[in-house]
Design a protein around this ligand. Sequence first.
Ligand code: DHB
Ligand code: FE
Length: 296
Amino acid sequence: MAHIVGGLATSHVPSIGTAIAKHETETPYWKPFFDAFKPVHTWLDQTKPDIAVVLYNDHGLNFFLNTMPTFALGAAATYANADEGWGIPVLPSFTGEPRLSWHLANALVDKEFDIATCQEMLVDHAFTLPMKLMFPNAGDRWPVKVVPVSINSIQHPLPSPHRCWKLGNVIGEAVRSWKSDAKVVVVATGGLSHQLDGTRAGFINADFDRFCLDAIVDHPGSLVRLSTAEIIEKAGSQGVELMTWIAMRGALPNEVSHISSTYHVPVSNTGGAVLLLDTASQPSAAPERVEHRVEA
Ligand code: DHB
Ligand code: FE
């Protein structure tokens, strides 16, 4: 059976792509965020996953307000990126794993998740930049196949934290029941707290972000119990991207090893966070926890 080797969660602001393109990753502003991926690279070198199931939210590249699925599952052989207008280079296409996609589709529909299945799907910065952060030297051949899962975080009504947790539960069970010896990493992208519009534009809640970084590891129930409105109140209207983290955690077993977490604020308009969990039950060492605050 396929094996989930771990879970990675990261923020996904478009300016990560510009920082890479402009060779600014070592500047004081960006270095702490990019350094958060050093333990991730070590872990990826050791675990060598074959497939990434990526929980993210599309921001208008593939779905727009006229057609907005609550949950959309990629079932394509390849996924292209395209220009979103942020000024970031378009990244090479990703190879899909349709056999796992359809296995997930069967399991999800069987468990009453009526997902949209997408045999054509463009993937935006929320998908591509975390992949580039994980595999900075990939060139045009990514070392993993991918299954994208988009969770609507854009147009209300949004799925609740509890619904996203259950989605993760079903994805996790389905991966573990897939007849394959593939190693799968579950990736979540988005958050943490941020609000890009309205009277609270620029809102970041570092205390809540720190709470989330602990809760995701040790007591996800305290996030799963929140309503969507409570997440928005605490994390901002785009902080609902936290739903992807909740779904990722739901796909993992209860017992996980906390490999690393980094919190760096601000990264563009967000509380920038990176968290790595391994499914081996015993941590080999205390987790590496790093925190930075850059004053505006
Ligand atoms: C920013 C954050 C996002 O989640 C996003 O999708 C786009 C921009 C930002 O902070 O700039
Ligand atoms: Fe976003």
